[in-house]
Design a protein. Structure first.
Length: 323
């Protein structure tokens, strides 16, 4: 059974569901922290995600990779795309709101482009890409709001979110360079990646996940949804969308996640939102659109200066960007 056998049946429904689930991930992290430590939240979501993906792989009769080199590369990817950023976001949300964390997550394509420019020899910094990067990071500065005098704990938490997206950038480029050329099925790669992440957290748990646990129905449900949907099923939905709509159109889900994240933070947790956060988020998204040539006028200008063919940064930035 193919993982994309039903890709074209309900692409719009999968797109909307994916935006909601990834945008709500930050809310579920915040609720999980009501009864769990950051490390316990990550252990729970990766464990639930690994179970969900393993079940899907079994149902789809999807074989896992057998080459030791692939597993070694996926171990690095798991640390960069799962363990490290999940821990950073969970730690950060002890101090900042889930909506603000979702805004910082939208910088992932910018970080990926920046890493690709530095790490991939074939990448050349075109004028359009540099303009998009500058606009995007200007948006980050506006979100930070340095004129308001940020407290130390809040500043450290926001820096932690940016470190998480830097991990995503490194992870996507590493994935593109060492794993993607092998042409392995996305579902099997995701199953191994998330499974290795869960194993890493199990090994580390006796040292970093020892805080008292206070489970409530709300906490348990949040962790299960965060793991099974946001870390498990979402990957399958994203793969289906890429097959049905193409990578460029599917990747626009990244633009909606901060909208969902901020809206849920305000509606469910009554989180305050200052004017600079949505304004900065819009500038970040505009920077991403410019760097990827999505704005018609700028895109034509970029095509006159860009190298022929789709860049590795574009391709590598269209992976998972959930929290």
């Amino acid at each position: 059974m193919s993982t994309t056998s039903s890709t074209s049946k309900w692409p719009l429904a999968q797109f909307v569901t994916l935006a909601l689930v990834w945008g709500a991930s930050f809310l579920f992290i915040a609720i999980g922290l009501e009864g769990l430590s950051p490390a316990q939240v990550v252990l729970g979501r990766l464990g639930a995600g690994a179970v969900a993906l393993a079940a899907i792989s079994l149902a789809a009769r999807q074989r896992l990779p057998t080459e030791p080199a692939v597993w070694a590369h996926l171990l690095v990817v798991s640390v960069l795309l799962c363990v490290a950023p999940f821990l950073l976001y969970s730690w950060a949300e002890q101090t900042i709101g889930s909506g603000l964390a979702s805004i910082y997550n939208a910088t992932t394509p910018l970080m990926t482009t920046l890493v690709a420019l530095a790490a991939l020899p074939r990448e050349r910094p075109t004028r359009v890409r540099l303009l998009g990067l500058l606009a995007g990071f200007l948006g980050v500065v506006i979100v930070l709001g340095p004129w308001r005098g940020t407290g130390g704990g809040t500043l450290a938490a926001q820096a932690s979110c940016l470190a998480a997206t830097a991990c995503y950038g490194l992870g996507f480029v590493y994935l593109r360079r060492f794993v993607s050329p092998r042409g392995l099925p996305a579902l099997s790669l995701a199953t191994v990646q998330v499974g290795l992440g869960a194993l890493i957290m199990l090994i580390l748990a006796p040292w970093i996940a020892t805080a008292p646990v206070h489970l409530t129905p709300r906490v348990v449900v949040s962790i299960l949804i965060l793991g099974m949907a946001g870390t498990g099923l979402a990957y399958v939905w994203n793969t289906n969308l890429v097959a049905a709509w193409g990578a460029a159109n599917a990747s626009t889900v990244t633009y909606l996640t901060p909208v969902v994240g901020v809206s849920l933070g305000v509606a469910v947790l009554s989180e305050p939102v200052s004017w600079n956060q949505p304004v900065g988020a819009v500038i970040v998204v505009a920077g991403i659109a410019i760097s990827q040539g999505r704005l018609s006028g700028v895109g034509r200008w970029g095509r006159r200066h860009a190298p022929v063919g789709r860049s590795a940064a574009d391709q590598s930035s269209r992976g998972r960007t959930d929290a």
